[in-house]
Ligand binder design. Structure first.
Ligand SMILES: Cc1ncc(C[n+]2csc(CCOP(=O)(O)OP(=O)(O)O)c2C)c(N)n1
Length: 392
């Protein structure tokens, strides 16, 4: 049995039930196996295993954090090249530093660029990988063969205490995994997209839009994005089922997606705010929402056309990129996208989205005005604990 099969066996024994992945040529068999288990493997804790192929590693950190808060046990399979991109999210979600949400995650990392590596470009990240994990307070062990897996047991104890952990798996350079060949004829068919032109003069501020939304909610979960949106939500209606993301620009909707997938069997709606700046920074991850399409998810893009929280400089959404169109291109069905700007439209479409299967995407065009509101009077740990308790 190869190392990766044994790692998977141990993960399943320990009830890991939510996996994200981005391939390395050395971990593809593990990823294929996860794909086979996706939605078919019943875990000991009663959950069905989910495997979400990622488009960006840093989004996987946020997605895992959301899934963890829904009660899932999360792991991510990746190559160490991804660690550079992930660093900010590792600090915000997984590290033990003050200000981190201190959410544990398991990273199964193909450690390229070390002894035996033929590709020069892998070497810088290869040598710095342990340092990066240490910087982010992630406890790790090196795995070369099956006998090293006893170190995984020790790390699992640390995981249970709330630490993020990593397995640095040394590639078997002398006997690399065989490439998977698909001999069958594949047809690639894409839908024709016709993006409608829009011309709207925004009428309401983000504060008023959030107020209308909150006035229409009962016990739904609400997750909000970094900066003023979270502060405004807290000022309008602070509630246990609000999760404020105070870091991680562009990742709010990944936390929301992970959480929505984790609680999808409960049939409870999860509403998530993201800014236009955030969406443009991480548009590629819209494909995950469209592809895994949790019926309980409502993504609300609060589009004021500016990086509002940092002083209102324009984003490309201002007058060149239509986020409704971007969502369509990434696979959202047109009938589930609502481009709205008037208070009555927000209310009317929200009533529809709350009653029907999603995912829905609200693209709300807003003025640039913002209210002077206080900062959130809770630490990130308090925000996380209160939110997780509200599920029970
Ligand atoms: C990676 C990263 N770059 C820059 C920032 C600084 N920053 C915080 S909030 C923000 C603006 C976000 O704009 P948008 O998503 O459009 O939301 P808005 O504040 O306008 O509601 C920026 C640039 C950051 N926190 N992280």
């Amino acid at each position: 049995m190869d190392v990766y099969s044994k790692i998977l066996e141990k993960c399943l024994e320990n009830s890991f039930d939510f996996f994200g992945s981005l391939p390395c040529s050395y971990n593809i068999h593990l990823i294929n196996e996860l794909e086979r288990l996706h939605k078919t493997h019943e875990c000991e804790n009663g959950n069905t295993l989910l495997h979400i192929p990622l488009v960006r590693e840093e989004s996987g950190v946020a997605l895992s954090a959301g899934a963890y808060m829904s009660g899932r046990k999360t792991a991510m399979v990746l190559q160490n090249q991804g660690l550079g991109n992930m660093l900010g999210q590792l600090f915000s979600f997984n590290s033990q530093m003050k200000g981190s949400y201190k959410i544990p995650n398991l990273y199964i990392i193909s450690h390229r660029g070390i002894n035996g590596e033929k590709i020069e470009a892998q070497k810088p990240m290869g040598s710095k990988t342990p340092d990066l994990l240490e910087l982010a307070d992630i406890k790790y062990c090196e795995i070369e063969n099956v006998s090293d897996l006893k170190k995984f047991n020790e790390l699992l104890v640390e995981y249970e205490k709330g630490y993020s952990i990593a397995l640095l798996v040394k590639p078997n350079y002398t006997n690399p995994p065989e490439r998977i060949k698909n001999e069958s004829k594949i047809v690639r068919r894409y839908q024709q997209q016709k993006i409608d032109a829009v011309e709207i003069s925004p009428e309401i501020s983000r504060y008023n839009a959030i107020e209308i939304i909150l006035n229409n909610l009962h016990d739904e979960f609400v997750l909000s994005n970094i900066g003023h949106p979270s502060r405004e939500l807290c000022d309008i209606h602070d509630r246990d089922r609000n999760f404020y993301l105070t870091s991680s620009l562009s990742q709010s909707y990944m936390v929301g997606l992970g959480f929505a997938l984790g609680v999808s069997e409960r049939n409870q709606k999860v509403i998530c705010f993201e800014g236009d700046g955030g969406i443009l920074m991480n548009a590629s991850s819209l494909s995950l929402v469209a592809q895994y399409a949790p019926k309980n998810f409502i993504l609300i893009v609060l589009d004021n056309g500016v990086y509002g929280s940092t002083g209102n400089t324009d984003t490309y959404a201002k007058d060149s990129i239509n986020i409704s169109g971007v969502a369509q291109v990434y696979g959202f069905p047109k009938e589930k996208i609502f481009t709205v700007s008037k208070p009555s439209e927000i209310q009317e479409k929200l009533t529809i989205a709350l009653k029907n299967n999603g995912p829905h995407l609200f693209h709300i065009l807003l003025t640039e005005t913002f209210e002077k509101v206080p900062t959130i009077p809770l630490s990130n740990i308090e925000i996380k604990k209160r939110f997780m308790k509200s599920i029970e």
